[in-house]
Design a protein around this ligand. Sequence first.
Ligand code: NCD
Length: 359
Amino acid sequence: MRHLIEIADLSNAEIETLIHTANDMMTHPEDYWDACAHRKLATLFYEPSTRTRLSFESAMLSLGGQVLGFSDVGSSSVSKGESLQDTIRIVSSYADIIAIRHPRDGAALAAALKSGVPIINAGDGGHDHPTQTLTDLTLISREKGHIGSMTIGLCGDLRYGRTVHSLVEALCRYPSIHFLLIAPEELRMPGFVRELLESTGQTYEEVEDLDAALPQLDILYMTRVQRERFSDPAVYERVKDFYILTPERMERARKDLTVMHPLPRVNEISPLLDDDPRAAYFRQAACGRYIRMALIQMLLEEKDRPHELTGHNVIWQEHSLCPNNRCVSLSEPCLQWGYIPGKHSGDRARCIYCGRGIS
Ligand code: NCD
């Protein structure tokens, strides 16, 4: 079964094809009105969402398909204590493809292991968000004409922001990207992403000062501080307004800067910036519908191609040894746990679900 759990499940050529198809869908939507007729998409959203869920549903309806699902776990059997994997077994006999969002890191892979239909990860805890990345790559290629040879600033909650984790994972595969990771110590990019940057040879700097970084950037990717993932509310209060992008600040930026944000925004971008032509976040959100149309169509066409757990040898164990207390392997009953051994000495083994290094 073909799934999209993380961006590594797609080759660069496939990403390029998806972006090309999404652009075609934008200009000739009528050519795709029946592309998924009689097929059903289930959207299982265990966490709040506006853009992601509605763009998935709009995408499937625009392809002539149908949608079902829940966006409030209180109205599903999850509230009676049903496990994720049981829900997935059931729903995969009602739908042809499933998009899932869940608060636990690694939940999409746990779902895929029991699904009879393709699973699309629509955000798993603070871990990954590959369809937002496809949306982001579509926007970058439309605004800049190419992906690569650029300086990108990622700013805000780099610790818990799953969108930036997936985006870095994808951008590491394009040439000559210099990253400025702009965050206070509490919101620093996690080790698994920094290690990826190092192993792929991309250059990066970790800085705290947005004003000093701004003039260097081709793209600024702002993020919301993820209040729901903080265990200590005092830490959230301290960092929540650390960065606020205003028209005054933007005077330091280049004229061809592209400002991105996966949305929703809280305080981190002033609405006074919305009419600046460099503010691309609403154009970015609009790409989400078309790239998800392209993805649904592709996964349904290729549903018999196997998913390879990103191609590594997995060592399966009876009990989870994952040190990440937000990992799905610690909450889902009877989930077989596994890790991927390090590729060379000094490289740590990683939990297959959340990617956290195992010491
Ligand atoms: C993001 C998410 O859910 O991770 N939103 C989205 O999908 N567009 C970002 C966020 O919630 O801050």
